[in-house]
Design a protein around this ligand. Structure first.
Ligand SMILES: Cc1cc2nc3c(=O)[nH]c(=O)nc-3n(C[C@H](O)[C@H](O)[C@H](O)COP(=O)(O)OP(=O)(O)OC[C@H]3O[C@@H](n4cnc5c(N)ncnc54)[C@H](O)[C@@H]3O)c2cc1C
Length: 409
């Protein structure tokens, strides 16, 4: 029987992409540390493939693995949920009231989909042509909606930033349009993209190639237009458009298919904690990922308040940085590893081609390959569709830090 320590060397909150990767990277450096991963779910999801599931290009079953199979050797999985963090006492509370004491805390519980922020959304999802690739159960329903639509109106929405994988709302549109193009129905379908923001993509270099596809698919772009209500049975969606003078107007549109990306925020226990920044995410130093006030607390992944693009690709580079810096602080040294804000968004502009957008803080391009990153490529589709799931499960979650050596401070 393994003993449960009364004081853990490291408690990791969340056993998603970030929690598992960072635990593996820490244990690779210091195999004798006691590391607990608190994770309520027995299923772990490879979410980046849900876009492909929605486009009919990936088996949904292959995006899900048993959490028990992914816990790194040497770490202990505590199947529970953290409800409170008390960093001044080096303690977290679990949903059953138990508490865990730690020497170091890594906060990686991902983010929360705020479905309730859109009136009528929860009761409409999964029927009436209302879908979202952001939910495992619904990504295959997206593909069903796409296949069934022969004519009519298809609406795709993007909420205010930040969201995980900021390109995913438009990726859903491109893959749907490509299917309709291939089946000869695109001309019968009125495609509308409603974006709460004012630009198609946050890094300007990638906008021109994306605009080529917007034109090719004859999609209509609506900026500053936020989905606020859905009436599934009536097949109507209401949008709030912000005008140039700061006023707003609401209008309702009919639809035959509606792909919704829900607004997103930090989990409640993070928003309520002393560790949160003003926006509710875990406050961190952008370079070291260490909390600015609690030197024994680090954060990475979607819950982390650094200004990078929230992606699994970011996690691949963040995990070694957190592991290096946590080990340095453990040895009474200053953090040495630097995260430069890397994130990546493989924009699936058509079935078989991807524009691989890789960039860091302030949108600075950080391509991994010596190729023009703005060109749609078959090789990048292959990377996204075939190589990335393997890199994720076989390398990143196992502490093999492929192309992820941290820079020095
Ligand atoms: C449709 C879609 C497409 C995407 N496409 C891409 C892409 O192409 N490329 C890319 O790099 N990224 C992509 N992403 C983003 C990527 O999946 C996330 O950025 C990544 O999973 C973040 O890892 P994380 O560990 O922070 O969060 P998650 O992987 O979501 O894991 C968080 C974990 O924390 C657990 N948890 C939650 N609350 C608690 C609690 N209170 N206590 C303990 N545990 C808790 C959850 O159960 C979960 O297992 C996409 C995401 C979606 C939804």
């Amino acid at each position: 029987m393994t003993m449960t320590p009364t004081l853990w060397d490291v408690v990791v909150i969340g056993g998603g992409a970030a929690g598992i990767a960072v635990a593996a990277s820490i244990l690779k450096r210091k195999p004798h540390l006691s590391v607990a991963i608190v994770e309520p779910s027995d299923r772990h999801f490879y979410q980046p493939a849900w876009t492909l599931v929605g486009g009919g290009c990936f088996n949904p079953a292959n995006t899900c693995k048993a959490t028990s199979k992914l816990i790194p050797n040497g770490a202990k999985w505590l199947r529970s949920r953290v409800t409170e963090m008390e960093p001044t006492h080096n303690r977290v509370t679990l949903e059953d009231g138990q508490s865990l004491n730690y020497q170091f805390l890594v906060v990686a519980p991902g983010l929360e989909l705020n479905l309730g922020a859109i009136e009528g959304l929860e009761s409409s999802l999964g029927k009436h042509g209302v879908t979202s690739n952001y939910l495992f159960e619904l990504a295959s329903y997206t593909w069903e909606c796409v296949r069934n639509l022969q004519r009519g109106r298809a609406l795709f929405t993007q909420p205010p930033m930040p969201i995980k994988c900021a390109g995913a709302p438009q990726k859903a549109m491109y893959l749907s349009c490509h299917h309709w193009e291939e089946t000869g129905t695109l001309g019968n379908i009125d495609v509308q993209f409603h974006n709460a923001g004012a630009v198609l993509f946050g890094v300007a270099d990638f906008v021109p190639p994306l605009m080529e596809y917007v034109k090719r698919y004859n999609a209509n772009l609506n900026f500053n237009s936020t989905l606020i209500a859905v009436d599934g049975p009536a097949r109507e969606a209401t949008f709030r458009r912000t005008n140039g003078d700061g006023t707003s107007t609401d209008h309702t549109e009919p639809f035959d298919m509606l792909h919704v990306v829900p607004p997103q925020r930090a989990p409640q226990f993070v928003r309520d904690s002393e560790l949160a920044n003003e926006a509710g995410w875990v406050a961190v130093d952008e370079a070291t990922l260490q909390h600015p006030r609690f030197a024994n607390v680090f954060s990475l992944g979607d819950a982390c308040g650094a200004s990078n693009a929230k992606t699994a690709a970011a996690v691949r580079k963040q995990a070694p940085v957190v592991a290096e810096n946590l080990c340095a602080v453990l040895e009474n040294r200053a953090p040495t590893a630097r995260y430069e804000g890397y994130g990546a968004c493989p924009l699936t502009v058509e079935k078989g081609k991807v524009v691989l957008a890789e960039f860091g803080y302030q949108g600075k391009l950080q391509p991994s390959f010596p190729l023009d990153p703005t060109v749609p490529r078959r090789s990048m589709w292959w990377l996204k569709r075939h190589a990335m799931p393997k890199i994720y499960f076989e390398l990143m979650l196992k502490g093999h830090e492929w192309l992820a050596r941290p820079g020095k401070l």
